[in-house]
Structure formats: structure tokens, C-alpha cells
Design a protein around this ligand. Structure first.
Ligand code: AMP
Length: 249
């Protein structure tokens, strides 16, 4: 069974994001970019399934600019067997990514697609759900445990106030939550090995997909600045301020 793992190149989670001067996007020039953290968890999960002998091949996929090749090399250094880059400089919205992934799903016929639950740049949390709808396949989002058998997968999901376990027939779509696993460190020998692995490069037109955007970003703004704190002389003043100024007690 093949597993397809879509990985997105995003601004590194340690970077303080700044709004561009045009007010409709964030500045990514000279900013450290990395694999979306939820996608690292997805790659790790797919590799663990292969190590258990339940999966034969793990294919990492990224859609975007040429530099996404670095993200795919990281996925292969974690352990993915090969990679596919769908290269485009167009801005890709979740529906366009889902259509590209559907075309790759039809081409590769994987038993599972494991995506991140959301990309930390635009926080859309849409691609996995849209892919499941386009492919007409069962989906389990926010997975915190995955148990695969020959013809089904059992997924424990984090839901408000507890956990829910679902059994899905294969093929199926899963999106990962933070507690699913802890991705392994990438070792130097594996980075070297990853350089020799196969990376196929396609254009959206090769897959017959129109990636035109249907949504327009009107405005992006930074959160309001927090005002400086103050020191209070005693507990009585603190209680009075919490009661009368902040109105939280
Ligand atoms: P989103 O719906 O944008 O929050 O993204 C959810 C998940 O979809 C991500 O964690 C990735 O697994 C996948 N994804 C989104 N955009 C891309 C992309 N451009 N290339 C590959 N995978 C993507």
C-alpha cells in the first residue's frame, strides 16, 4: 500500500511574521521557511507505518514554488521514498491544492493520504476535507492515533472534551493533530541519502488542473499591540483594579 503525504513549505514557526507594506500579505522575503509542523508529523506517521511493514511506499508531495524541493528533500531525509513537486508560482488556495492532490491520488492510487490538520501560515484547515470530498472518500481529521490493517484504518480523533475513535474503509484521508507522534530528528547520513532519491516535477497543467484563485485577500493586519503592565503597591489595589478597571472578577 502506498501513502501520499502532502507537505507545505511555510514560514518557520519561530519567525515573527510581519505584514507587508501593501497590507494584503505577510513578508516572506529573507525569512526562514520550513515544513509545516503538522506535515512533519504526517511524514513521521507514514514512515512508522512502513517500518511496521503495513505500507510499501511513502510519497511526499508539495505544491508551490521551486524552493518547495527543499521541503521535499527534508521529507525524504525523514524517510519518504520519493517525492513529487507540482511546481507553480501562482498563489495556491486550499481548493486548488485539493484538486492537484486529487489528480495525484488518481495517478498514484494510494491506500492512505495523510495531511497536516492545518498549515500554520494561513490556518485554513480545509485541504484534507476538500480532498476527501473531491475523491468521495472517508476522512478522519485531527488524528491522535492511527491503527492500520489490510482493509481499514482506525483513527482516534481529538474532540472537545475527549477522544473519538472511527473505523474507515480504505482508501481514506487522515489529517494529523499535534499529539499523534514526535517526529524523529533528521540525521546527516539520511540528508545525504535523500539527495539521491527521485523527485518528479510536474506542472498543474500536466495534471489538467486549473489553479486560479477564487478568493481575494482584502486585508491582513497585525494583532493590536499589548500595552505595558504596571506595578501595584499591594493586594488591595490589585483586587480593586481587577474588579473595577479590568472587570475580570
Ligand atoms: P490548510 O488547509 O491550508 O490549512 O492545509 C492543510 C494541509 O494540507 C497541510 O498541513 C498540508 O498537509 C496540505 N497542504 C496545504 N497546502 C499545501 C501545498 N501547497 N502543498 C502540499 N500540501 C499542502
Amino acid at each position: 500500500m502506498k501513502v501520499l503525504v502532502p507537505v507545505k513549505r511555510v514560514v518557520d514557526y519561530n519567525v515573527k511574521v510581519r505584514v507587508k507594506s501593501d497590507g494584503i500579505g505577510v513578508d516572506i522575503a529573507n525569512v526562514k521557511m520550513s515544513m509545516n509542523p503538522f506535515d512533519e508529523i504526517a511524514v513521521e506517521e507514514a514512515i512508522r507505518l512502513r517500518e511496521k511493514g503495513l505500507v510499501t511506499e511513502v510519497i511526499a508531495v508539495s505544491c508551490g514554488v521551486t524552493q518547495c524541493q527543499e521541503t521535499l528533500r527534508t521529507a525524504m531525509a525523514i524517510g519518504a521514498d520519493r517525492a513529487i513537486l507540482v511546481e507553480t508560482t501562482d498563489e495556491l488556495q486550499p481548493l486548488a491544492v485539493a484538486k492537484l492532490l486529487k489528480a495525484l491520488f488518481d495517478k498514484e492510487q494510494p491506500g492512505l493520504v495523510i495531511l497536516g490538520k492545518q498549515a500554520i501560515d494561513d490556518d485554513c484547515n480545509q485541504t484534507g476535507q476538500m480532498l476527501a470530498a473531491l475523491c468521495d472518500l472517508p476522512q478522519a481529521t485531527f488524528a491522535s492515533k492511527v491503527e492500520l490493517s489490510a482493509d481499514a484504518v482506525s483513527v482516534t480523533r481529538e474532540v472537545d472534551g475527549g477522544a473519538e475513535t472511527l473505523k474507515l474503509t480504505l482508501p481514506a484521508i487522515i489529517t494529523t493533530d499535534l499529539r499523534l507522534n514526535e517526529p524523529r530528528y533528521v540525521t546527516l547520513p539520511n540528508i545525504m541519502k535523500a539527495k539521491k532519491k527521485v523527485m518528479e516535477v510536474l506542472k498543474p497543467s500536466d495534471l489538467g488542473v486549473d489553479v486560479r484563485a477564487h478568493l481575494k485577500t482584502l486585508k491582513v493586519s497585525e494583532p493590536p499591540k499589548r500595552s505595558a503592565g504596571i506595578k501595584v503597591p499591594d493586594v488591595a489595589t490589585l483586587v480593586s483594579k481587577l474588579k473595577n478597571d479590568a472587570k475580570v472578577i
